[in-house]
Design a protein around this ligand. Sequence first.
Ligand code: DGT
Ligand code: CA
Ligand code: CA
Length: 573
Amino acid sequence: MPVHSTDIEEIFKEVADLLELQDANPFRVRAYRNAARTIASLPYSIIDLVENDKDLTELPGIGEDLADKIREICKTGTLKFLKKLENEEGGSLHELMGIPGLGPKKVKALHQTLGIETLQELDEAAQQGKIGTVEGFGEKSEANILKELKRLKERSGRTPYPVALQLAEPLIKYLKQQQGLKQIKIAGSFRRCRETVGDLDILASCKRGTDLITHFVHYDEVDDIISKGKTRSTVILKSGLQVDLRVIPAVSWGAGLFYFTGSKAHNIAVRKLALKRGLKINEYGVFKNDKRIAGKSEEEMYAQVGLPYIVPELRENRGEIKAVAEGKLPALITLDDIRGDLHMHTKKSDGHHTISQMAQAALERGYEYIAITEHSQHVRVARGLDAKALEKHMEEIDTINNQIDGIEILKGVEVDILEDGSLDLPDTILKELDIVICAVHYLFDLPEEEQTRRIIRALENPFVNILAHPTGRLIGERDPYPIDMKEVMKTAKGNNCFLELNSYPYRLDLNDTYCKMAKEMGLKIAINSDAHSTDGLHNLSFGIQQARRGWLEADDVINTQDHDNLKRLLNKN
Ligand code: DGT
Ligand code: CA
Ligand code: CA
């Protein structure tokens, strides 16, 4: 079982949690958390360092002991020390800490008073109303625990796209080793670039299909074989992800790809068009009087029903068929259209790299400009800046901007929207910045009207340009806060502001349908990485996928503009 960087990170985090539950020395706890953070922020996999026998102790926060442990995990896939902690008293309490709001102190209180050790016991106790009686808990926290447990159950059904991607890549590489393999592709929601996938649908055409199926079920990561036929098999990977493999003949490759890419609603709409022409469509081709007239490629399938090729991201039956028929299919944005990135953090707040490291990395990506946008003071956990610190930071940005050629560094901020919709920094300083992003980072549970009013007031500030991650959701973790999006969009447009599509793959906020809604209102979007390290700049490709699902074209997005045009868009007066 191959080890990933994230496995090591997870193991160290779990060790830290368990040590903390045991009241271990806080320095020891912190050492494991720091190590996990170091590994997470490396712009390359730590596995590579181990495989190349590099000195791990040169990394920040990694001493001899942790270096040994990293090597042990790489070699064995597990850590003996973690197993030991898990077998000790309270070793199963770690899973309770996966519930937002339950830190080590609260978990310990639940354990000591009610004897709760597992999620199931937690669920039962909450159902019976026992949690609210424990000191430090109330009815509200009990309701919250029930809500989070429910979400956890739902969440286990779908896999976030980046996780699916990480699991799919080595599997495809493995399947490609099979002799006689002609074509292989992942279809389904993964190909449509949905933010989460229910399962992976892999299609292949191969000289001897049964060989490929046998090869498939012998993959190291397979935990359970659900079915194994001559042309089809379903397995569950150790991660819990289900994978379907179908072997299809080369003559119907395009038909199979079309059918299993879906969505189901899109398939049905296309089939209706075929019926009107007296044609039949199935996963083997397009048929006229039982004679196959298309099936080798998706293009010829679409052509037979009178349509040009439709990219997978649009296949959701959200008007794409009517749009192509009228010749109004959007020319979807690509990563190549992006000229800069307007939201990122440095070491100064909660990022990992310096201004010049971020600028250098952006330059290497071919960008013409970036904006450095640290947090404001309210976000203490992220070491947000007050007015004085921001002023100093602005001077530093100027200095570096003068030193570096080929890229413009804009002076920005991600300023917090306070409870009443005022901003966390005075206008006198906002006015001096090239770009002001505002964002909600707390009080997610205000009633819709209040939350809407709060955000609208922020957008009415004369110096604000962009509303970051407009719904605050974290995929699989936190629901969007309730707001009247239409009103927010109207206000943004009326005040020459823009909304962000935050590309962090667990945010993707705005989502696809809101992007489409903005486009229809003529409101432009900024697709930003929100990078906290040089590596984080890569997240932009996830944002582009979501934007494409939302029908966005280059012109709908402000950071496709050159620097002069961008400056004009950001200068509201
Ligand atoms: P998921 O896995 O829930 O994220 O979503 P999909 O879209 O990958 O759905 P899945 O895995 O159930 O099926 C893969 C594709 O197969 C689906 O997108 C369209 C096609 N398909 C499945 N069932 C039907 C069906 O009953 N009718 C039609 N026309 N197509 C279907
Ligand atoms: Ca699927
Ligand atoms: Ca499937």
